[in-house]
Design a protein around this ligand. Structure first.
Ligand SMILES: *Cc1c(COP(=O)(O)O)cnc(C)c1O
Length: 697
């Protein structure tokens, strides 16, 4: 056992006996939608209670339970109902929650490696995607029934959230029973939507900046029988649309995107409000109505759209926006537009940190709350004015796509910031500072650690000063520093028992943390972790019956000092270090980064020339009944080096030729042997067709 970290404090664990609630649990009594607490069906009560600690430190590793791991990494908070831990201490994936089967993620990864897939691998679970889509539709169906809403819900998936063909095609297929459609924000996305969607009556919503070709394609697409709605975001677009319509003889279906006064919130709060990048102000909406009327095209205006930003963490923000949008909708009907669709945009949040709060990485409402609020708010506004209730549209991307993919990578090695070995005792005759620090070390207790820490800092400083004037030998200074870090490690262990941590000790744990080197690139696989410090759940996918005794931060493969993760999801909010297991010789250590299915893939870039990762689509498919319990539906091979080089305009063939010519020259000059030249050429050539990440040695 590691002599360094005194096994940590007893961790409180969930003893809730777990009625594992989900979005689609039975509906409680009809209450007003504002009553979120009563219907927060994603809520899982986490009645925490401390487990009795084992007085015997030796035993504490065996005493570690999967419940403790669950609590430590907050798996229930962000992972339910898809991710949990099995008795073997491995993460299991249940793509349909408790309605279907599950599989052992660790064994899946081992199986993939046996098939020669190298890590990192992005694993997509098609059935999770299907389940998310079903959940969203079920929640709206439930809300519509509950409030006797006289209209339907017809959602669309915003393609920008994940444009990968397999995802979009799956969604088009899974969405058929719900007439689920697609939203495009650009011309290429419209082209994807038109090619992928073949469900009669499903919507294709066209947002974003539009040139003539975008508008013309959208209008002509209508002739294919597709229900394409062009949402006007700029006043100029209405003139182009009118002209095109007259030229083509096609009556388009038009919508307007409103710039709401209601404030957005959080990271993307600026998507709403007067200064928003997109949308029409109230005067502009009136201008559009007048122009359409003048062109006899007011009957084309059928949809009102708003979007208040992504990952809206507070339900109150959504409700404010809804209220305003509903009034605009009602007024547009009164102005003579037929309307018929109200599109509430995206923003439906994902509980990345599992806290179920309105903090940025979380949300204080369930999908059911959201659906209830949308339905009830629109119903109230329309019935008050005796206006027919519109078809409800939402453009939920994140909430549908996040859960389905998990990035698995291995740890290549670790570096301990300092040596935590139990220091050798002071021996008579050693330097005074060594004796002082040894005494400090041996007398550390819960009563004196704060004072002791200040003393230790002082002694270390003094040693550096004496060293500069050659009053202290290098070996003596090493002794002092080792003792200093040993004191710190002991203090950190004591701190884990404390609720209150003195300010000057807050960063101690972090400064003692090891660095775990991860075989992945944040810039390719989780850009938002770097760009906006988004937290993604991160934890080992095996060994969860063992106490994770190390405290670590993560560094990725790039040579960029920003390529690191030093903020993690903890049982009580966020933390600076992640609990991990010490590496075992000849045994890989796998971490999973969860909820990475939205936005990360296309945002990812080639920083340091790490390319796309290997990607597999896994289906549990009980129908397939394969004895391993899953089938690999699709494989998308990650980039090889030559592919990545070609993307930055190199010609791999030419590069190989360059090296060959140089080898020849070196041979002639007697700088290299023929054997060395052969090896170099072989390596260089093989390197071209390799995966860009590190191979397991
Ligand atoms: C990005 C975007 C969405 C998707 O938002 P999510 O928060 O991922 O649901 C929807 N509509 C528009 C207009 C967008 O720009």
């Amino acid at each position: 056992m590691s002599p360094t970290y005194i096994p940590s404090t007893p961790i409180s664990t969930s003893l809730s006996g777990g009625s594992v609630a989900s979005d689609r649990t039975t509906l409680p009594k009809p209450t007003h939608p504002s009553d979120n607490s009563s219907d927060n069906s994603e809520e899982t009560s986490l009645a925490a209670e401390a487990i009795a600690s084992s007085p015997d430190e030796q035993n504490s590793r065996e005493a570690w339970s999967i419940e403790q791991s669950e609590e430590l990494y907050r798996i229930k908070g962000w992972g339910e109902p898809y991710f949990s831990i099995n008795a073997a201490g491995n993460i299991t994936v249940s793509p349909q929650g408790d309605r279907g089967g599950s599989l052992d993620l660790y064994q899946l990864v081992e199986g993939l490696k046996q098939r020669d897939f190298q890590l990192p691998i992005l694993i997509r679970f098609s059935e999770i995607l299907e389940d998310r889509l079903e959940r969203l539709n079920a929640c709206f169906a439930k809300a519509i029934a509950r409030y006797s809403y006289e209209g339907v819900y017809q959602g669309v998936f915003p393609v920008k959230c994940n444009q990968q063909r397999h995802i979009v095609e799956d969604l088009a297929r899974f969405g058929k029973p719900y007439q689920f459609g697609l939203e495009a924000g650009t011309k290429p996305e419209l082209m994807i939507a038109m090619a992928s969607l073949d469900t009669p009556g499903s919507l294709i919503i066209c947002n974003g900046y539009k040139d003539d070709a975008y508008l013309e394609t959208a209008m002509l697409g209508q002739r294919l029988g597709q229900k394409i709605i062009i949402v006007l975001e700029q006043v100029e677009e209405v003139d182009v649309a009118i002209a095109l319509s007259q030229r083509l003889g096609i009556q388009p279906v038009l919508g307007v995107r409103a710039k709401l006064a209601a404030k957005g919130s959080g990271r993307w709060g600026e998507s709403a409000g007067d200064r928003a990048k997109f949308g029409l102000s109230i005067p502009e909406i009136i201008t559009v109505v007048e122009k359409l009327e003048a062109a006899n095209m007011l009957p084309c205006l059928q949809l009102l759209h708003f979007h208040i930003g992504s990952q809206v963490s507070a339900i109150s923000v959504i409700k404010d926006a809804l209220r305003e949008a509903c009034q605009i909708y009602v007024e547009l009907v009164k102005l003579g537009a037929p309307m018929g669709y109200l599109d509430v945009g995206g923003g439906l949040g994902v509980d990345y940190d599992g806290s179920k709060t309105s903090s940025q990485g979380s949300k204080n409402y369930s999908i059911q709350n959201y659906a209830n609020d949308v339905v009830a708010e629109v119903k109230d506004a329309c019935s008050a004015q005796a206006i027919p209730m519109p078809t409800l549209v939402s453009e939920s991307g994140r909430a549908i796509a996040s859960h389905q993919s998990v990035l698995i990578f291995d740890i290549l090695g670790t570096s301990e910031a300092t040596s935590y070995e139990t220091p050798k005792p002071y021996v008579e005759g050693e330097h005074r500072l060594i004796r002082e620090l040894w005494d400090l070390y041996t007398s550390l207790s819960p009563e004196n650690y704060q004072e002791a820490f200040n003393d230790a800092v002082q002694f270390k400083k003094e040693a550096a000063g004496l060293f500069n004037f050659s009053y202290l030998r290098l070996t003596e200074r090493a002794r002092v520093e080792r003792l200093y870090w040993a004191c710190c490690a002991k203090i950190v262990a004591l701190l884990r028992n404390e609720d209150y941590i003195p300010e000057e000790l807050e960063h101690l744990e972090k400064s003692l943390a090891s660095i775990y080197y991860a075989n992945m690139s944040l810039f390719q696989s989780a850009l938002d972790s770097w760009a906006i410090e988004q937290l993604f759940p991160l934890l080992p996918i095996h060994r969860l019956t063992e106490e994770p005794t190390q405290r670590a931060t993560l560094a990725d493969l790039t040579c960029d000092s920003d390529g690191k993760i030093a903020r993690f999801i903890g049982p009580k909010g966020t933390k600076d270090v992640l609990e991990l297991h010490p590496l075992k010789a000849n045994e890989p250590y796998y971490l999973g980064m969860f909820l990475v299915g939205a936005y990360q893939e296309t945002l990812g870039n080639l920083h340091n020339l790490f390319g796309n990762t290997n990607t597999v689509h896994i289906c549990l498919a009980s129908k397939a009944r394969s004895h391993q319990g899953y089938t690999i539906e699709h494989v998308v091979r990650g980039n090889t080096t030559d592919e990545v080089l070609a993307q930055v305009q190199y010609d791999p063939e030419q590069m190989i030729e360059q090296i060959r010519l140089r080898s020849e020259l070196a041979l002639q000059n007697g700088q290299i042997t023929i054997e060395e030249a052969r090896k170099l050429m072989a390596n260089y050539k093989a390197g071209m067709t390799c995966y860009t990440y590190l191979a397991e040695s």
